[in-house]
Design a protein around this ligand. Sequence first.
Ligand SMILES: [Zn+2]
Length: 133
Amino acid sequence: MAKHAFPTDCPCQSGKPYKDCCFMYHMEKQQPPTAEALMRSRYAAYVLKKADYLLYSWHPDTRPAELDLDGDAAKWVGLAIVATEAGGPDDDEGTVEFVARYKIGGRAAKLAEKSRFVRFKGRWVYLDGLVDE
Ligand SMILES: [Zn+2]
């Protein structure tokens, strides 16, 4: 990746530098310890268009065969965690409710979702989500 494309602040809005945060997850060198951390890393992957990581962190039963983010016109501009349930280091499942804001065609929009996460081979993965219409 070109140096200028490497974000300083992590797009997941943890307030930490990207290199000390989701970068380690995106490189698959570390695993997020909690469902919320995984969710944040997946949001950051949408921002940075890291389709490989999104597929990697998606449960094999529910993930799409492929994911093309290059044609995705949405520009992600913010993430707010609304609520979490379980999903801790000692849990096997958890839910994270969040609101992600984005812009598409210059218009602001938001996605509100309650996502379910489970452990797959010991690491957290995204299972599915209920979108709040
Ligand atoms: Zn991060």
